[in-house]
Design a protein around this ligand. Structure first.
Ligand SMILES: C[S@@+](CC[C@H](N)C(=O)[O-])C[C@H]1O[C@@H](n2cnc3c(N)ncnc32)[C@H](O)[C@@H]1O
Length: 276
């Protein structure tokens, strides 16, 4: 798939999931956003860019941290995701977030402008991650810090592997597609470090944390899939047979639950570097 097609696919999938994206089953997104902001600990009064903001979980946490004298710029390509953020901005009366539709690989900001650039669970969706990161470095002030998050190898297992095998067995995914899953691209912490090093950043830190929790049952696992980027794959299943596919997958997932519910592993890398 070429870059334009990939971009169009990202826009269409995230516009589709926007309405359900803040579903409680996907609460790892706001949990990780809070952790990311705690890690980067932005100075009050600073300027922070949240790339691939989605429904703005990081932008909202960061807006609180930078305070009234600070400013958060929240950008994304999927307008329906930004609409959800706009609703929250109005509802909570937040005064210091600006929203823009923008490709994170081609930023319309001048160089050396932001004190921080952050991206939660978005960098692995870029066709060229190194070029994207280079662009973030361009708009960052010398001494400014970048932080991104990425899923680790254990994230969403063992359910995800069972789903992918099922998709492959039913002809909805090739073995190559499976190997090239976007979220796998930075699953090894060493890859995150390498990317930061290649971008010329210093003071590199990559820490891995568990942000998981128990889902009530396997139907909440389906919520995680249906309201996230995985929706693109599930849409390939014809609607007439999707229910059977789902029931088959949930039947193989259900035995994994304990009396506490179904464990959702969200192994997450927090990767950061400073512009010299
Ligand atoms: C998994 S969501 C993460 C959203 C948010 N950061 C969070 O943690 O909840 C990924 C987001 O990246 C956005 N995205 C992907 N590629 C993009 C690009 N090239 N430019 C701007 N946004 C992009 C998608 O539209 C989507 O909203």
């Amino acid at each position: 798939m070429n870059e334009a097609d990939l971009r169009a696919r990202v826009i269409s999938v995230f516009n589709l999931v926007a309405a359900g994206y803040d579903n409680p089953a996907l609460r790892f997104f706001p949990f990780c956003a809070d952790r990311l902001v705690r890690h980067i600990n932005p100075m009050p009064g600073s300027k922070l860019l949240d790339v691939a903001t989605g429904t703005g979980v990081v932008a909202l946490a960061a807006a609180q941290a930078v305070g009234e004298q600070g400013r958060v710029m929240a950008i994304d390509l999927a307008e329906s995701m930004l609409d959800r953020l706009q609703e929250k901005v109005v509802k909570f009366g937040v005064q210091n977030i600006d929203l823009h539709v923008m490709d994170v690989s081609s930023l319309e900001f001048r160089r050396d402008y932001f004190d921080y650039v952050v991206c939660s669970f978005g960098i692995f969706l870029l066709p060229d991650m190194a070029a994207g990161l280079q662009e973030w470095v361009r708009v960052l002030k010398p001494g400014g810090r970048i932080m991104f998050t990425a899923f680790g190898t254990r994230a969403f297992q063992p359910m995800m592997e069972r789903l992918l095998v099922r998709l492959e067995n039913h002809g909805f995914m090739s073995a190559d597609d499976k190997a090239a899953m976007a979220s796998n691209r930075l699953a090894e912490p060493g890859r995150c470090r390498e990317l930061l090093l290649q971008a010329g950043l210093g003071e590199i830190e990559v820490t891995t944390e568990q942000a998981g929790y128990h889902l009530k049952d396997e139907t909440q696992w389906w919520d995680v899939l249906w309201h996230s980027g995985m929706r693109g794959r599930l849409e390939k299943i014809p609607p007439a047979t999707r229910g059977d596919f789902m029931n088959g997958h949930l039947a193989e997932t259900q035995p994994l639950a304990t009396e506490k519910g179904l464990w959702l592993d969200v192994e997450t890398h927090f990767a950061a570097g400073t512009k010299p």
